[in-house]
Each structure stands twice: as C-alpha cells, then as structure tokens.
Design a protein. Sequence first.
Length: 257
Amino acid sequence: MRLLMIILTAVTGTLISLAPLFVGMKGSEAVCCGLEVTVADSSRHRLLTEDDIMNAIRATGIRVTGVKVNEIPIAAIEEKVRAFAELEEAEVFLSGDKKLHVRTDQREPVLRVVASYGGDFFIDSKGVIMRRHNLYTPNIHILEADMVFNASQMNGMSIYDSEKTANLVRAFELVNYIRGHSFWNTMIDQLSMTRDGRVTLVPHVGNHTIRLGRTDDYEEKLNNLHVFYREAMPLAGWNRYRVVNIEYKGQVVCRRR
C-alpha cells in the first residue's frame, strides 16, 4: 500500500510539472476573439475616446480578431497607442478569455491655451502639451497668449524642455497657484498674456480686469489684491473700476470707468 502511494505521488507530480507545457501547446493554437478598449476617467474627460484608439489600431493594418494569439504584435499595438499625447499610460495585454485588452489613462488637463498663431491646445498637470483634436472642452482655466506656436512639432513635449515655451511655464505655474487657492480658483478662470510675458486676469465678479504684469512675485501681488477686495471693494462697489492694476510692488492702482 505504501509503495502504491509513492507511485501515485510520483505520477501526480509528473503530470503537474507537465501541465504548463500542455497549456502552452494549447495556447499557441488559441485564436483571439476580440478587442476591448478601456479609457479611464472617460466620464470626466473626453480628450480621447475608445473609437479614436480603435481607429488608430485599425489604421495600422494589424488584425486581431480571428488571429492566433501568439501571432498578434502586442508591442507594435502598444507603441501605436502610446503615441497619443493625451494618454499618460497605456497597456496592451491578452486575457484568459482570449480577448486583447487596451487599457489607458488620460492626462489631466489643467490649462487650455489659445495662441494667436498656432491654434488651440491643452497643458496637463505635469506640463505636457496636448493638441486639441476634437470639440471636447473641459472646464479649466483658459489662457489667450500672443505667441507663435507650432502645435504639430510640440505635441507631447513638456513646456519645461524648450526656451520657446518659457512664457507658458510662467503662466502654468501661476495657474497652478490659482487652482490650489480656494478664493482665486473660484474667482479667476481666464487669463491673457502678451508676447513679453505680461498677464491680465479676468475675474468672475465685477466688471473689471486685473493687470498682474509679469508673473514675478505673483503670490504677493494676489495677496495684496485679496486684501483690497475684502476691505475696499465692498465700499467702492464691484462695478466702479475698469482696471485694477497690481503690477507694481505693494500697490493696488485702480482706474475708474
């Protein structure tokens, strides 16, 4: 009886060790039964859609459905998907149900830039430029910039990688400060910038513009303006001034209508 148990154990162990081989042989003949694309946070942002990614894969001429799983060029498909600047992450893999999955994470747009020469594009939370290729418009801060911009060359690059985008870096860092400040984030949603880097802000409340000037010491300038809003504006009236100038250090200079 003891000998029989030893033999059975040995046979069972051999079968278990050979199981991956049989599975692998069977898997090599397996056929892909479909393609499934998932875009994370698609209910929050629509920079890209599942159809955009599907169409890009089809444009390569690579067939997936009905093709043996070991013949599908997963790396080539992943490279094509990763070419979208709107995506921060992309992963392509086969699942146990023999489907090819494409899972992606979109970038987080924080600033829309409307350039006087070069079109309309987004900058994400890490400073990466993304072209605007559909009608989707997220509810984010807008910068009208007097600048020449070649979106086709800079799509997917960081604004920190070129001297040509130095003004964008200044505007981006200002917007990040505004986004992180509860008062200014609700107060300001539009900015404009001249070619020499001078900024004007457009507030929600009141019928005036805020002349910030260069973005040096923007935090101090906005703190001074916050005090002015809190203490002087309720007395003067929010529609009394046409321009509120905080460009000069320690000063708030107003121009009446």
